[in-house]
Design a protein around this ligand. Structure first.
Ligand code: ZN
Ligand code: ZN
Length: 307
């Protein structure tokens, strides 16, 4: 292993026009990892991406060392739902999600645990585990890994704490199904849920808690988002890096933290007037350690993309 492994910095890019377009955008931004939706995140239906688009995506990933590829799940899916109709739809939706993620050769599929909506947390967690396990029956995970994302904990949202994420994992393991499970940490959600990653001591405590409950090795992906709402607000509003309550200094510490710096950092921040992630990508790169990262910044013109 090289002494200074390459930092992985990327953004959630658009698949409008084909899944490979997201990779083209990532390359133009100077990213070496990316996150995508494989279908509309606010619709139940969605088709598998065409094979030729996937082939082009594969080519671009190889050519530009774009890894990992992260797929973010649909927002409607709530595997913890008590309502049989929503539960059934969510199971079909989740099945489609994992099939699509596999089809695009993604490394990770990130999902939100869902909402307890009026049920006690323990019951909702059990319901979620049962629905998840049933929905993936017969599915070959291959190298794809499922990541549960922590949430801001608004309303009845599950996954607001590391303890709750552990509960989910334990409930899934109880089903004795072979689901390759890890976690994705969102910095804004951490902060909004009450983990103060904005200060030196708060970050130290958060990482300690993460280690104790879920293990740093089980967190391959970090969503790097600043927060528009204050500590413990439970209101999920992403802000550009350095412009929110978390702040640039905190992101510098997060990017340089020995337990975090080898993770894939993915931006889900607001785009600029031109719809570009470039300002936030540049900001993260500037805060990241190592001269190599600074010099690998892209030219201001988009990188040439072979058609
Ligand atoms: Zn998310
Ligand atoms: Zn996120």
């Amino acid at each position: 292993m090289p002494r200074h492994p390459v930092m992985r910095i990327g953004a959630h890019t658009s698949t409008a026009g084909g899944v490979y377009r997201a990779a083209e955008e990532a390359v133009a931004l100077g990213c070496n990892t990316l996150q995508i939706f494989t279908r509309s995140p606010r619709m139940w239906r969605g088709a598998a991406p065409p094979v030729r688009d996937v082939a082009r995506l594969r080519e671009l990933r190889t050519e530009h060392d774009l890894t990992p590829l992260v797929v973010h799940g649909n927002y409607l899916t709530n595997l913890a739902a008590a309502d049989p109709d929503v539960r059934g739809k969510s199971m079909r939706s989740f099945r489609l999600e994992i099939e699509n993620a596999r089809a695009v050769e993604a490394d990770y599929l990130v999902i939100h645990p869902g909402s307890a909506k009026g049920r006690p947390v323990g019951e909702a967690v059990e319901g979620l585990a049962a629905a998840l396990v049933e929905a993936q029956q017969g599915f070959e995970w291959g190298s794809l890994r499922l990541l549960l994302e922590n949430t801001a904990g608004g309303g009845a949202a599950l996954g607001r704490s590391f303890e709750e994420l552990t509960m989910l994992r334990a409930a899934i393991e109880l089903q004795e199904a072979d689901v390759p499970l890890g976690y994705c940490l969102d910095t804004a959600h951490c902060f909004e849920a009450g983990y103060d990653v904005s200060t030196v001591s708060g970050l130290r405590e958060t990482v300690r808690e993460m280690e104790r409950h879920i293990g740093a090795e089980n967190v391959p992906v970090i969503h790097a988002n600043d927060s528009k709402t204050p500590l413990g607000s439970h209101r999920d509003r992403h802000e550009s890096i350095g412009k929110g309550y978390i702040g640039a200094d905190a992101f510098e510490r997060i990017l340089r933290h020995p337990k975090l710096r080898r993770k894939a950092f993915i931006l889900e921040t607001p785009t600029d007037e031109a719809g570009s992630h470039q300002p936030n990508v540049d900001r993260l790169r500037a805060l990241a350690p190592g001269r190599k990262n600074q010099s690998s910044r892209p030219p201001s013109r988009p990188a040439r993309i072979r058609k």
